[in-house]
Each structure stands twice: as C-alpha cells, then as structure tokens.
Design a protein. Structure first.
Lengths: 208, 354
C-alpha cells in the first residue's frame, strides 16, 4: 500500500486541515495517509475533522511530531452530502512486523473536550480490534482503568481484543483508588512490576 | 525585523498570526478567569456580567442609561486605514447591540513605533476617526503603548432609554430571530492569508466588516425589539447560546436560512476552517443540538468567529416581515430571518436543517 505523506509541520491552522482534506480527496477510495504535525492545535483540529467524518485514524507521538495515520476507504467529503465513510482496519502496525503495546493513561484519547476524547477512545478500541496485527498487550493505569469498568463504553471492544488473545493489564492500585474491584468487566489486575516490564519491553508503546 | 515600506504600501497582515475577533481568548478560559473576581452589585448597574452582554449599562435616571464598552484586536487586513475603520466599527457595534447611540470614544492603541513607520499608525487612527465620526460620536483622546504586534480599538460610551435596552436576557418565546450581516468573515480572513480568497470575496467581507450596525440598530429599536446581540468572536452559536441562557429560552436556528458570503461554503469544503471555529464548537456543543442532516461545513460556519459581524435580534412575530423589509430598504441586503425563540428545553440552541 502506498502511503501519502502530508507534511503539515510548521504550518498554522487551517493549512494542515486543507492539506489533509486535499490528500483525502486525491487518495480516493483507499486513503493511506500519514499527516505530520508539530502543534497541538493543528493535531486536535485534524483529529476532530476525521472523527466528525467517521474516518478511521490513530495518532502516534514521535518526539515533538504527531503522526496521524489515516487508513480509510470510500472517503467522499463532498459539500452538502453527509459523509459516506466506512472505517477500515488500521494496517500501519503490520509494517515490518513491529510489535506494539497500547498504554491507556487516561479514559480518553487526546487532549480537548471530554466528550470528544471519549468518542475517540471508543473508536480507537474498535479499530484495534480490527487491526491486522493486534497489539501485544494493553496496559491501563490512572483514569485509564475506567475503560475496563463494566459500564465502560469501550468494554465490548476491549472484550473482543481479549478474546483474540491480547493481554489487558489493569493497574491494581488504580482499581482500588476508583473502587472498581467488583465492577471490572475486562482485563486482569496487575502490579507496577508487570506494567513496567511491559512498557520497557522494547516494543513500541502507543499512547492514545 | 524593521518594516521600511511607506504607510500606503505597508501590509499590516505581515505583523500577525491571527487577527480580528479570532484573537480572543477562548470563552471557557475567560469564564474561569472572571469567575473568581469580586463582584459589587449596584442597583444602577442594570446590565452587568451575569448575562454575558455586549456592554455594561448604567441607569442614570428614569429616562437615560449609559452604555459602556471596549473592544480592540490585532490587524485582520492589509490596509492600515481599513483596519482602523473595522476595529472602530466593531467596538461601536456593542453600543448598537444594546439598542443605544454612541456618543463618546477613546482610542486604545498598541504599536511598535521603533519597528514600523508611525505613518502606518496615523493611517489606522484616521480610519478609526472616520468611522467614529460616521457614528456621530466624539473622539476625545486615548491611550498608547509601545508594543508589537499592533492592536487598535475603542472604549465607547453610548446612551439609551433604560426601558429600551436590548440585552441578551429579553428574548420572548415566539419571537423571530433576524441576523443582519452574512456569516463567514473568519473563513475569508483565514483564506486571505493562504491566498485562497478571491479579491472580490475579500472586498465584500471588508466592506461588510466596515459597515456600522447603526441603521440596523435604529430599525430594530423602532420595531420594539428587546433582545439583541452582535455576532463576533464566539460565532453565531456562541452568541446565540449566551442569549438563550440569559433569557431562559431555547433558540431554534434554521441553518438553511443563514446569510453567508458566496464562496464561503466552497472554502469550508476545502478544509479552510479557522482554529477559532473549532474552539467555539467545543465551547457550545454540549448545549446545542444539531440536525443529523446538517452538513459539517454548515456547523463550522455557525461556529466561525466573526469580526464586526451583524446584529442578531429577536422581534415580535407579527413585525418580522416588516422589519426585514425596512432593513433591506435601508441597504442591509444581507438581513435574513434565521430562526425562532422556543420555550426552554434540554438543549439551549437547536440547529435545524430542513
């Protein structure tokens, strides 16, 4: 798959969004686009645009640069017509057989409106479930453990991941802090040593 | 960097990243900042901070109240003279939004006098003075600070009859909502910096921003309007939300009926959505319901920060048609009926698209 790179580094809003939108248009049905951004406002706005149009994406922080990976199909961003976009599996992780761990530090994805963060994290969990190469492990700590609660909107997606054999480690101290012990819907309670071992294992760590 | 060009050739836009009302602090931040400030009530302060109105109103006597307001911002256009005109029109607009007549103004100026030819500042002040004179107000001084980038605006005093103050808090269920200028100045100004706005479109937006809300205000007060605001940095939805909250009603906005500069829809479809629109959206969205059929571009247009935007007011339903006719006869051709005031419901602003 050919990946188009949109280099929005050094550009101020709305330039990065215009570049992303143009790339989506040109890519047509099978968009595979990496958008590089170096400021958080541009990142938030591009992510918001993608989320609003139900275009699947994930974001990696690479030092001071955000890499927004778009792997969509059927992108039709025409004026007036409601977007008819089907989310497609994340394929980025399959490159070179690289292994990765997803670390949920909060119960949301990204910084910004809480509501948006909750929508995004749910979309991310679902997308992970469809990925060609699922993560090796998922670790959750601090408010990230709320995602494993039995009333979490991401519960179904996490259960699907676990059913595929993905180990979900939930920080025990955090579970106690939030009084979730009897309300845990997925994952296994873990300790700091296991979490540290996972995070330092050499696999790439994806922090949503 | 020292700018050497003569005042007429100097491009003010080279001094700023974001200008006009887009440069405002986000509404959430502003609210958290002023929350902790001590408040002193005075029965003479008949419009204060509670209703997020455009200006403070102080009752002097049974038939006179004073309107007090200020606005200033960095440049949003290339021409210093036009920047002065727009900044002044924008500051004066707060008096018009309260149903009053501006009488007295002071210049507020920040200008890097060692870096930019002071002839540029002379042009800015001349533009501001011309607009203030057009409003019939007197310029009586001001205050200057040596600072970059340039910023300009006015503090304005106006007068109004205390019973005819058009505040945010007096929208009545059943009233029709009228907006007097097209939306999209934020989008056009962002497009201008990227070379995406046609000269004709840019000209239309500049002319609109320079236009005083004077005639619109005179017409609405003659039509017995009690609730009005002007659409500026928080976008149409931000200002509508504040009116809905202050009045305890739900405002229904008809997104198909919005006046919009021709060409703005296409720019939005290109992704030319200024950051301020995203900021405004995150401020309003928990209190606003959107018709599922509403295109994304329309939603962002409703959140676009306007500089020197139009008046947004609520008029009795039986006078709406006549008001529109009077506005159009006065040359305010962009005026449209854009919604209706509903009884309070779960969402404070409901955007329809049918």
């Amino acid at each position: 798959m050919k990946i188009t790179i949109v280099d929005g580094r050094g550009e101020l809003c709305p330039k990065p969004l215009i570049m992303t939108r143009n790339a989506l248009r040109e890519a047509g049905d099978n968009a595979a686009i990496d958008v590089l951004l170096d400021n958080d406002t541009a990142r938030c706005n591009v992510e918001r645009f993608l989320a609003d149009h139900k275009i699947a994406f994930s974001t990696r922080e690479e030092g001071a640069v955000f890499r927004v990976l778009i792997r969509a199909s059927g992108v039709q961003a025409s004026v007036g017509a409601p977007p008819q976009v089907v989310a497609r599996p994340l394929k980025a992780a399959s490159r070179g057989g690289e292994e990765y761990i997803v670390s949920f530090r909060t119960n949301r994805m990204g910084e910004g409106p809480e509501e948006l963060g909750a929508i995004l994290v749910q979309a991310l969990v679902n997308t992970l479930g469809d990925a060609d190469v699922p993560p090796q492990k998922v670790v959750m700590y601090n408010s990230g453990v709320l995602l494993a609660a039995d009333n979490s909107p991401a519960l179904a997606g996490l259960k699907a991941l676990e059913a595929k054999g993905v180990e979900i480690l939930v920080c025990g101290t955090c579970v106690n802090y939030f009084s979730l012990k009897d309300k845990l819907g997925v994952g296994k309670i873990s300790n700091m040593l296991d979490i540290l071992t996972a995070l330092s294992s050499g696999s790439r760590v994806v922090v949503p | 960097v020292t700018h050497q060009a003569s005042p007429c050739e100097f491009d003010l836009l080279t001094t700023v990243e974001q200008g006009g009302c887009s440069a405002k602090l986000p509404a959430q931040l502003l609210e958290s900042l002023v929350q902790g400030l001590p408040k002193r009530d005075d029965p003479r302060l008949i419009v204060g901070t509670d209703t997020h109105d455009d200006a403070a109103v102080w009752k002097i006597s049974d038939d006179e109240a004073l309107i007090f307001t200020t606005d200033f911002f960095p440049p949003m256009c290339s021409s210093p003279y036009e920047f002065g005109e727009i900044a002044a029109a924008n500051a004066l607009s707060d008096v018009y939004a309260m149903g009053g007549t501006p009488r007295l103004a002071l210049n507020l100026v920040m200008f890097p006098s060692s870096k930019i030819d002071v002839g540029v500042l002379r042009e800015i002040l001349a533009g501001g003075a011309a607009k203030t004179a057009e409003a019939g107000a007197v310029l009586a001084g001001g205050h200057t600070i040596d600072d970059a980038p340039p910023k300009f605006g006015l503090a304005v005093i106006g007068f109004v009859h205390p019973e005819r103050v058009t505040s945010n808090a007096r929208a009545r269920v059943g009233d029709k909502i009228i907006l007097t200028k097209p939306l999209g100045t934020g989008v056009i100004l962002a497009a201008q910096k990227l070379g995406l706005a046609s000269p004709a479109l840019l000209r239309e937006a500049l002319d609109s921003m320079k236009t005083l809300n004077r005639l619109a205000s005179e017409i609405m007060t003659r039509q017995g309007v009690l609730s009005a605001t002007d659409i500026t940095g928080f976008g149409c939805l931000g200002h509508a939300l504040r009116m809905a909250e202050a009045s305890g009603v739900t405002l229904e906005i008809h997104a198909r009926a919005l006046p919009v500069f021709e060409g703005v829809d296409a720019l939005l479809a290109e992704g030319c959505v200024p950051g301020a629109a995203f900021r405004n959206l995150s401020f309003v969205e928990k209190d606003v319901s959107f018709d599922p059929a509403l295109p994304w571009e329309r939603r962002m247009l409703l959140c676009d920060a306007q500089t020197s935007g139009g008046l947004f007011f609520c008029v009795a339903p039986d006078r709406a048609q006549e008001t529109l006719r009077l506005l159009r006869e006065a040359g305010i051709t962009g005026a449209c009926e854009v919604g209706v005031v509903r009884p309070p419901s779960a969402t404070k602003v409901a955007v329809t698209f049918s």
